[in-house]
Design a protein around this ligand. Structure first.
Ligand SMILES: *Cc1c(COP(=O)(O)O)cnc(C)c1O
Length: 349
């Protein structure tokens, strides 16, 4: 499949023909010497953000490139992974004609983005062990199936998909496989961003919102082949990652030991919560987690959810998602927060 894979067959015709908007900073970007910039109608009085940000986010990509060992041309940044995912739909999926495959229970944004873009969402439920149903996926995929979304570790189930299954899907699926690695830094699994050279149809998305503790700045990351990144770059809004976000992200990425320490604390709390949940009489199953949350099946999710609200604790009730009936999802908080959660669960009757 790799031999005859041609990304041009997957890109929408209008995107191939598109002449992208050329911003002032795209047309002239060499900041050498004593240049006077009178090209972008900016206010000249310096306050730190009076200039437009770098549309290509070069500093930030260079730093990520070193940390993640992926070349700068294989990185696209967005206003959260949600923007990155939307760009993927808009570059590859023809409204009313193409479709995608998602594997519920999973992250709700894939389905919402499919609806927004008027693209059919073929849902193939995960098997009982929350692993992909390989036969059903291969049966459902056809020529208009452009994207297959694999969320691993998966939200809300918390598990990673088996490496062999992902590999098989990458080889078998003729469209693009999008692996959403929002929770990869909590997991022992290796990132698929290390396998881009092997799989020309692979897109990996990550985010600074979870392990890096920066949900507020909105920075999503996409790793893929140069060809895919160039198609996505062509349609992204010119200044989609703002100056403050670029600065904050650079600061954070320059202190990797802080991030590692926080992740270790979160993992310790996660294991503690999982063991404590097992002791609660109305908790029926605590699912293993590779992420910073724990999914548990209880006797009556809505009742328990409301009782926790009464105690001032907000968790996520996933009971309406198929495959997650009577399940609550607990985000792993700070130690005091986890203790308060467990105490409250013990008090509930
Ligand atoms: C939280 C989450 C994201 C993050 O989205 P951002 O827009 O980057 O904050 C992406 N995918 C999944 C599965 C998530 O749970």
């Amino acid at each position: 499949m790799e031999q005859n894979f041609k990304i041009n067959n997957l890109i929408r015709e209008n995107i191939k023909a598109l002449k992208p908007y050329s911003s002032a900073r795209d047309e002239y970007k060499d900041a050498k010497g004593n240049m006077v910039f009178l090209d972008a109608n900016e206010n000249p009085f310096n306050n730190g953000v009076n200039r437009y940000p770098d549309p290509q986010q070069k500093c930030l990509k260079t730093q990520l490139s070193k940390i993640k060992n992926v070349s700068v041309e294989q990185i696209l940044l967005g206003n959260g992974s949600d923007e990155v995912l939307d760009l993927i739909f808009r570059a590859f999926c023809e409204p009313k004609k193409d479709n995608i495959i998602t594997l519920p229970p999973t992250y709700g944004m894939y389905g919402v983005l499919a609806n927004i873009n008027d693209v059919e969402n073929i849902e193939i439920e995960l098997e009982d062990d929350f692993q992909p149903n390989m036969d059903e996926i291969s049966r459902a995929a056809h020529t208009h199936t452009k994207l297959l979304f694999l969320c691993s570790p998966n939200n809300p189930t918390g598990n990673s998909f088996a490496k062999g299954k992902i590999e098989k899907l990458l080889k078998m699926f003729r469209g693009l496989v999008v692996i959403d690695e929002a929770y990869i830094d909590f997991s022992e699994q290796e990132s698929w961003s290390n396998r881009l050279e092997e799989f020309p149809n692979l897109i990996v998305t990550q985010t600074l919102s979870k392990a890096y503790g920066m949900a507020g700045i909105r920075l999503g990351i996409c790793y893929a082949s140069k060809e895919i990144i160039s198609a996505l770059s062509k349609i992204k809004p010119p200044y989609n990652v703002n100056e403050l976000t670029q600065q904050k992200a650079l600061e954070r990425l320059s202190k990797p030991e802080e991030v590692v320490t926080e992740i270790q604390k979160i993992l310790k709390q996660r294991d503690w919560i999982s063991s404590q949940l097992n002791e609660i009489p109305f908790v029926e199953t605590v699912f293993p987690s590779d992420a910073n949350f724990v999914l548990a099946k209880v006797d009556n999710a809505t009742k328990r959810y409301n009782q926790l609200i009464e105690k001032g604790i907000v968790v996520r009730n996933r009971t309406n998602q198929s495959g997650c009936e009577d399940c609550l999802r607990f985000t792993v908080g700070a130690q005091e927060e986890c203790e308060r959660l467990i105490e409250s669960l013990k008090e509930i009757k």
